[in-house]
Design a binder for this molecule. Structure first.
Ligand SMILES: O=C(O)CCC(=O)C(=O)O
Ligand SMILES: [Fe+2]
Length: 351
């Protein structure tokens, strides 16, 4: 059955199964929110200019990571041409006829390349999200690429290069964060907490009524850190002090958010940024969220250097596969993002 929103939607019909109850709609906290707050844009090139520039970048990252759990980076070194090409590949893939995409359909997060609609639990969920989505494993590129699509012809080459370069930016950010936390610069590299690379590639077709629907529900990522590439169409929003702050779409800029692994590793000093994506009526939107994640057996726990008598460990140690199971349980049991994080606290029972 053809379930892809892209292929069945005529842009006018909104099935009931996509209409969220009033309390879950983006409503006034979404599309129409007038806020003078913004997600700060940090110039990454300054981190290499001199010591003062590096200190300034570290302090900007720490401030945003404590307040929102998110920031944006410009001048990160990934060429604009590559970002454009990656967006083109993504757009062309989703615009393929349904027959060309059917062989990639999977609702299993264990697959190296899974194409699905709405969410992994599409068949169990009551209300669907207005998106078609890919979740793909990215590293090592030569092992994963054969599972990626052969159409468009350059998908493997371009996406391989894009994910490799995004990963490098992620590693730079992790060094800056480690410095800001007072840890060794290579703390995250050594701990393996960001050694795996996964990516969600989202396609949100134009939606007849963005006030009733959601592109992605409010959530926190399962990653250590996430880099989001978006084009020039708005949709991503972060929660700060109970208000949704829209991220201005700037094609050459990465929106970056910290994930649950970082909140635990930093012993709660830094926030896992809570976010959602809203739909829009006029044009399709694409985004690629690149997740730097731990290997399955890595232990997720507060960094030893951040624990003291005055600041005891807030979170209990869990292997990443257990952490992920709790995260996914949170999603299927419809826990809020806060409740999921609480289940990692030291005093919480496992189930
Ligand atoms: O579309 C976006 O901007 C965000 C997507 C997202 O949060 C995700 O895939 O985890
Ligand atoms: Fe996300």
């Amino acid at each position: 059955m053809n379930l892809f929103v892209h292929n069945w939607s005529d842009g006018k019909t909104l099935p009931k199964s996509y209409i969220f109850p009033p309390e879950k709609r983006p409503g006034e906290h979404g599309l129409t929110l007038k806020t003078n707050q913004s997600v700060p844009i940090i110039d990454l090139s300054k981190a290499y200019a001199d010591d003062a520039g590096r200190a300034e970048v570290v302090s900007q990252i720490m401030k945003a990571s404590k307040e929102i759990g998110a920031f944006q980076v410009k001048n990160h070194g990934v060429p604009s041409k590559l970002l454009n090409e990656a967006r083109t590949m993504i757009k062309e893939f989703f615009e393929l006829p349904a027959e060309d995409k059917e062989k990639y359909i999977s609702y299993s997060h264990k697959d190296i390349f899974a194409l699905y609609t709405s969410n992994y639990n599409y068949f169990a969920e009551e209300i669907h999200f207005w998106r078609d989505v890919i979740t793909q494993r990215c590293l090592p590129v030569e092992e994963c690429a054969p599972y990626w699509p052969d159409k468009p012809a350059k998908y493997r080459e371009v996406i391989g290069e894009f994910t490799t370069q995004a990963n490098e930016v992620g590693k730079v950010l992790l060094e800056l964060i480690a410095e800001g936390l007072g840890l060794e610069r290579d703390y995250f590299e050594k701990s393996g907490l960001g050694e795996e690379l996964d990516m969600n590639v989202n396609h949100y077709p134009p939606c007849p009524d963005p006030t009733l629907t959601l592109a992605v529900a409010r959530h926190r990522d399962r990653s250590l850190i996430t880099l989001v590439m978006q084009g020039d169409v708005a949709g991503l929003q972060f929660l700060k002090d109970g208000e949704w702050i829209p991220v201005d779409p700037m094609p050459d800029v990465f929106a970056v958010n910290l994930g649950n692994v970082m909140q635990v590793a930093s012993n709660g000093l830094l926030k896992s940024g809570e976010h959602q994506a809203v739909t829009n009526q006029k044009v399709a939107r694409e985004s690629a969220a690149v997740f730097l994640c731990p290997g399955d057996d890595r232990v997720i726990e507060p960094a030893k250097g951040l624990i003291s008598e005055e600041k005891p460990a807030l979170y209990r140690p869990l292997q990443y596969h257990e952490f992920l199971a709790a995260h996914n349980r949170g999603r299927t049991h419809k826990l809020t993002a806060d409740e999921t994080l609480k289940s990692f606290l030291i005093n919480q029972p496992t189930t």
